[in-house]
Every structure is written in C-alpha cells, then in structure tokens.
Ligand binder design. Structure first.
Ligand code: KG4
Ligand code: ZN
Length: 350
C-alpha cells in the first residue's frame, strides 16, 4: 500500500511517501522557522498561509522523487491534531480533496503517535512493548506502549513542555526561535560546575514533570547577574549549561522510574528535543545501568516531518481504518490515551 503522508500541525510542512512493502520511498520538508524567527515564535495565521503555499509543490516533489503519479497512490494520511487549528485544516482539506478526487481512503493521524512511531522507520526498529519519552515543543510525556494504539500514559508535564522550556530560556538569553538547538550550542561553552539548577519534581515519587519552576529559576539567576553587571557571554553560556543539565537529569530520572515501574528494557525517545545530544547521552547512561536499549528517530525525523505521519497512517489504513467521506478532522487538543488499536484488530492482541 502506497501512503502519502501530510504534516501541517505547526511550523513545518512535511510530505512523504511510505510503501508498506518497500518502506519509506521519499520525503520532503519545508521549515517555516526563518519566517517565524522575526516574531520570536510561531504566528498561527502566517503558518496556515505558508502551508497553503508550500503543500502542493511539496506533494509534487515527493511524487516526482518516488517516480509515481498521484493515480498510483493507495491512500492518504494527514495530521489531524493536536496542533494549530488553521494549520491542521490546510493538511486536512488538501488530503480530503485529493482522496475524493482519486477515490482512495484518507485518514487523520495523531501527531504524537507519529512522533512515537518515528523510530520504526529506522533499520534498528524497537519491538513492542517499550517505554516512550515524547519530548517536543508542545508535549512532555512518558508512555507505556504495548502496540499501535495501546498507550498508557505514565507521566506528563503539568505545565511547560521540555521544548517550550528550551524555547523560553532561549528568549531570556536573547537567542532566536526555536531556541532548543541554540541553547544546546551555547551550553557547549558553559561551565557545568558554576551552578546547579533545580531538578523539578524529582524529590517525590511519580513520573510527572514540571518545568515552569526551572524557567523561573533561570530568569531569577539572569536578573541577579544583570543587576550586578555580571551578565557577560560566559555567564550566559554557564546558565544555558546549568539549564540543559537540569532538564536532561530530570528527564533521565523519570525515564529510569518508568523503566523500573514497567520492568521494560526498551526506551524510545522521540519529538524535537530528542535531537539534543546531551539528552541522548544522559538517557543512554541511564538505560545502560538497567541493561535497557534506547531508540531514536534519525535526526531529521526527530522534529516534525511527513514520514512519521505516512508511517503511522499506513499502520492504521492497512487495517481498514479511514475517515468518513467528506468529514475531515482538525483537532487542536486530542489526548493520546483516546487512541485505540487499529480498527479490525483484537484490542487485546499484541
Ligand atoms: O517535535 P517538534 O518539531 O514540534 C512539536 O511538535 O512541538 O519539536 C520542536 C521543539 C522546539 O521546542 C525546539 O526548540 C526543540 O524541539 N528542539 C530542541 C533541539 N532541537 C529541537 N531542544 C533541545 N535541543 C535540541 N537540539
Ligand atoms: Zn511535533
């Protein structure tokens, strides 16, 4: 089955072709990062308009790269949520229009299920069951995954997502949007011994996260240095390092708890923040202590992309799942626990 995947939930237009027999055939991406950087964050209306401009040419590129025509597509998957509603609607309406014209099935996919399954596109794909740490700009979640659509939430952020905390810290440090990679780069010059920032919610049991206190701590440290006339480049780098170490440690501690609580030995890490080098090193160290293995998507599939949507959609489309004709889905908020195993499969089966 050849599935075209379309991702337009935020600030990246992603398109890919996944073939259930041949694997990933082609993928293309347009990032709006440069456009939004000027405003210090994503401007929803600009995002929607840009998706409208970019989507059809990207679909043409992917079909061209895959050397097929649109008439050879068997199905279309698109991101139905969570995300910015206007941005989601561009992908949803394009997918539904194409599917109707081509008379093929179409399915709305959960964005986080896409991230969660992205490591399945790698040669060394994890087997079920596993623990997944989802760390993106909008979500920080620990999930027990027993199969596609069989998700048990173990913990999540009660306030800011990890990526959001990185982006806000970047702003405080005068860095551009999205700040995650820039904070990480600045932290490379930082002295890890100068400060130890708090590891929120690690002194009590549980697998929930909170990053707003850490954000406030970072801001207070910055203001104090500024007031004392001590906020130079080195101090900025030291703050970036203290912040990054605190986030990495906090995530690693919660992952350790999740592995211990479930007794599982596979840890999947996905979402934009999973690109962070120090996070990978920290999690690998934790996993090794427990004889567990970590799995990540390749670099460009850590952040938003069409491949993960094509893949996740294909797993459900092949089981016969699809949207009703003409009823497109664009759901800004959509808890992942509401997902079910693919239609037609026994919910209790693996
Ligand atoms: O998954 P994603 O592309 O979009 C959402 O679904 O949110 O994640 C984007 C987030 C941003 O907050 C960005 O700053 C963060 O991932 N990010 C990073 C790194 N690369 C991206 N955070 C820390 N270190 C990185 N290397
Ligand atoms: Zn995402």
């Amino acid at each position: 089955m050849r599935v075209l995947g379309i991702e337009t939930s935020c600030d990246e237009t992603g398109v890919a072709l996944f073939d259930t027999e041949r694997g990933l055939v082609a993928d293309a991406l347009h990032s709006q990062v440069a456009m939004h950087a000027e405003y210090g964050g994503v401007v929803p209306e600009l995002a929607s308009r840009d998706h409208t401009r970019r989507l059809l040419p990207l679909i043409e590129n992917v079909l061209h790269e895959a050397r097929i025509t649109r008439h050879e597509l068997d199905a279309i998957a698109y991101t139905a949520g969570p995300g910015l509603v206007g941005a989601l609607m561009v992908g949803a309406s394009t997918a539904h229009s194409m599917a109707r014209a081509l008379d093929i099935p179409v399915l709305g996919v959960h964005h986080m299920e896409g991230h969660l399954l992205a490591p399945m596109l790698e040669e060394n794909a994890p087997a079920f069951p596993f623990v997944a740490l989802l760390v993106s700009g909008g979500h920080t979640q620990l999930v027990r995954v027993d199969g596609i659509g069989r998700y048990q939430l173990l913990g999540e952020s009660v306030d800011d997502a990890a990526g959001e905390a990185f982006d806000k810290t970047a702003k405080m440090l005068g860095l551009d949007y999205p700040g995650g990679p820039l904070v990480a780069a600045l932290a490379e010059q930082g002295d890890p011994t100068r400060w130890r920032f708090p590891r929120p919610m690690t002194d009590r049991p549980g697998m929930d996260f909170s990053f707003s206190g850490l954000k406030t701590h970072t801001l207070t440290t910055l203001r104090r240095l500024e007031a004392d006339g001590l906020l130079d480049d080195q101090a900025r780098a030291d703050i970036a390092r203290a912040f990054e170490d605190a986030v990495v440690d906090t995530l690693a501690i919660k992952c350790r708890r999740a592995l211990d609580a479930t007794g599982l030995t596979r840890l999947v890490v996905a979402g934009g923040v999973s690109a962070n080098r120090r996070l990978r090193a920290g999690l690998e160290q934790e996993a090794r202590k427990r004889s567990a293995t970590t799995y990540y998507p390749r670099g460009r599939f850590c952040t938003d992309n069409g491949a993960m949507i094509a893949y996740a959609g294909a797993q459900r489309l092949i089981a016969g799942e699809h949207d009703q004709l003409g009823i497109m889905q664009a759901v800004p908020r959509w808890p992942m626990e509401q997902l079910n195993p693919p239609a037609g499969k026994d919910a209790s089966a693996n």
